[in-house]
Structure formats: C-alpha cells, structure tokens
Design a protein around this ligand. Structure first.
Ligand code: CP
Ligand code: NVA
Length: 309
C-alpha cells in the first residue's frame, strides 16, 4: 500500500500540523456561521463504520461531509457483513475501493490499525477503547476559542483512565500543556498504552490521589462517563469505585476562577458531574460538541487535500 496519511491516534500528527488544522477549523467555522459555502470535497465520499453507538460523531461527520460538498455511506455491524465475520482486511480492501475516506468507531485499536493497513484511503479514528483523537482535537479548539493558547496551561482529568484520558496525555506531550490526572484505584491510565511505549515529555502529566488536588489551579476541568461503551458489565463496580470522582462545585472552586469545564458527552448528571457544574457558567460543553464538526471538516480536508492555505 502506498504511504497514506491516517488519523488513528492523536500522536499521528505533529505540532505544526495541529497549528494548521486549528487555524483552518476556525476559518471553516467562521464561514459556516456566515452561511458561506466551503465545498472543497465535492464528489468525495466518506464511509462511516459504527460498531458502537453515537450521536455527536455521526452527526458531526455526516453533516460536515455534506457541507464540504461530499456524501457519506453509513455502515453498522448489524446491517453489513462486518457483523457476519467478514475479515477486517477484506472489508478494508472493498470499502476503500469505492470511497475516499473512512471513519471507524470500534472496540480495540488493533482493529482500526488492521483496517488502515489494508485501506487505499485515509482512515480516521472515531473512537476506540484506547483513543478518541477527534474529540480531543475539538476540546483543544474549544479551549483556544475561549481562553487562547493551551501551551503552558493545566488540564485536570477527573475520572476513568480511559480513551479520553489517554488521548489528553498524547496531546499534552505534543502541545506543551500539562494534565493533572486523578482516577480511582484500579482505573489508572496505562502510561505504556497512552504513549505507545515512548518516554513522554517531562512534566506533561502528574498523578493525584485526591481529585481536589488535581483540580487545584487548573485552567480546565474535564471528566467523562464512569463506564465507557464496551465495559457495561463493570457498571456496578464502577459506580462504587467512582463515587468520589464526581465533578461538583467544590472541585471547580479548587480550579482557577476562570477555569472551563468540559465533557465529551453523553453525560450523566449526578454521576461524573453535577447538574450545577455541567449546566453552570463555566461549562462549555455545547460549544465543545459543536466544534467536533468544524475540526473534523478541517481534518477530512487535510487528509484528502493536504494544506490548502
Ligand atoms: N463525544 C462523542 O463522541 O459522542 P458520541 O458518542 O455521541 O458520538
Ligand atoms: N469514554 C467514552 C466516550 C464516549 C464518547 C466511551 O468510550 O464510551
């Protein structure tokens, strides 16, 4: 397979590529808000493969691709041969002969990697058990929109050491900010997995037992569901273990006065976050969700056309 640029994890791109993408997303968003057409992907087709549920990822990729002048094909495990054991490699060979770009939401990261190895077109990670790079791209864009550059800032991660936490760590390593992690015992981030066995930049993250300490002086406090998709069997055990990891007003009060609150959504008020926080003045979760579409439009354009500005 000739060299194709994929977006399978946050560390697939360099800092200067993120600088370009974030600027481009701002331009694309501005045009969208002004009802100006931005159709750089006319006649291109995006295949979207979902092996897990989604609202934001589906709507943002689908609406985004149509706005760029292209079209989409939506596949799920239940309505395609993917659910009937057709090998991933064969699915990749076939789907990538008929489309220009593929977005996949699945379980293990190795599945998306195997697909990419046999794909003729770029593949985007729309969430795996291990990573959620499109979401962190949107979160960073949202932070910059509200507060300016993220380099040198502190992001407090309160909750599960999951796909979101792993991706925040990759972003901190690359973009020069720091993550303060607080997870219940037994749900820590696997550093080896997050950094792919490489040694991260010194100071890019710090671990705190007490979530209040993690939030101290943070510029952004963020959390996620206690039970990610695919881990439902652990629901009860997680409810007990995570009881003290609910982002509430006391935690927000430890952060800087101008700290933002983010959550990739869907959220469970009264579990990982209180209604007062997620519906409060510091929360930017609706901008965060909307920005998925703007950054992914920039991402799709970049993967297919390279730098156009
Ligand atoms: N944040 C996010 O990826 O949402 P969906 O699961 O609704 O796509
Ligand atoms: N960590 C969550 C994110 C949902 C968008 C999950 O994987 O289910």
């Amino acid at each position: 397979m000739p060299h194709i640029k994929h977006y399978l994890q946050f560390s697939d791109f360099a800092a200067d590529e993120y600088a370009y993408l974030l600027d481009r997303a701002a331009l694309i968003k501005k045009k969208f808000k002004n009802y100006e057409k931005h159709q750089t992907l006319t006649d291109r087709t995006l295949a979207m493969i979902f092996e897990k549920a989604s609202t934001r990822t589906r709507v943002s990729f689908e609406a985004g691709m149509y706005q760029l002048g292209g079209s989409v094909v939506h596949l799920t495990t239940g309505d395609s041969q993917l659910g009937r054991s057709e090998p991933i490699e064969d699915s990749a060979r076939v789907i990538s002969r008929m489309t220009d770009l593929v977005m996949i939401r699945t379980f293990g990261q190795e599945k998306i990697e195997r697909f990419a190895q046999h794909s003729r077109v770029p593949v985007i990670n729309g969430l795996t058990n291990e990573f959620h790079p499109c979401q962190i791209l949107a979160d960073i864009f949202t932070f910059i929109e509200h507060r300016g550059p993220i380099a040198g800032k502190t992001v407090a991660w309160v909750g599960d050491g999951n796909n979101m936490a792993n991706t925040w760590l990759q972003a901190a390593d690359l973009l020069g900010f720091s993550v303060h992690l607080s997870t219940p015992s037994g749900y820590e981030v696997d550093e080896n997995l997050a950094f792919g066995g490489k040694t991260p930049r010194a100071g890019c993250y710090q671990v705190f037992q007490n979530p209040l300490d993690a939030c101290k002086d943070a510029d952004l406090v963020t959390t996620d569901v206690w039970t990610s998709m695919g881990y439902e069997a652990e629901n009860e055990a997680r409810r007990k273990a995570f009881a003290d990891w609910c982002v509430d007003e006391e935690m927000m009060a430890c952060a800087r006065g101008d700290a933002l609150f983010m959550h990739c959504l869907p959220a469970h008020r009264g579990e990982e976050v209180t209604a007062e926080v997620i519906d409060g003045a510091q929360s930017v979760v609706w901008d965060e969700a909307e920005n998925r579409m703007h950054v992914q439009k920039a991402l799709m354009e970049y993967l297919l056309l390279g730098r156009t500005a």
